[in-house]
Design a protein around this ligand. Structure first.
Ligand SMILES: [Fe+2]
Length: 63
């Protein structure tokens, strides 16, 4: 789905970031303590996705 204006586009991007956050969180739970290196890598990606979501939520607050 494509947004009609900037606010809608940002809202849709925020939904996508939240889906990514949920997916990486699920992968981290799946890996558990079996593979610390993979877990650390996934946690790094999750931190970036959380930052993206925070940025987008901040833009929406400022609108
Ligand atoms: Fe992202």
């Amino acid at each position: 789905m494509e947004g009609q204006d900037l606010e809608e586009m940002i809202e849709e991007d925020l939904v996508a970031e939240r889906i990514a956050i949920e997916s990486y969180s699920e992968m981290i739970r799946f890996v558990g303590d079996d593979d610390p290196t993979t877990r650390t890598m996934l946690e790094g990606i999750l931190a970036m996705e959380e930052e993206h979501a925070d940025d987008l939520a901040g833009y929406l607050e400022d609108m």
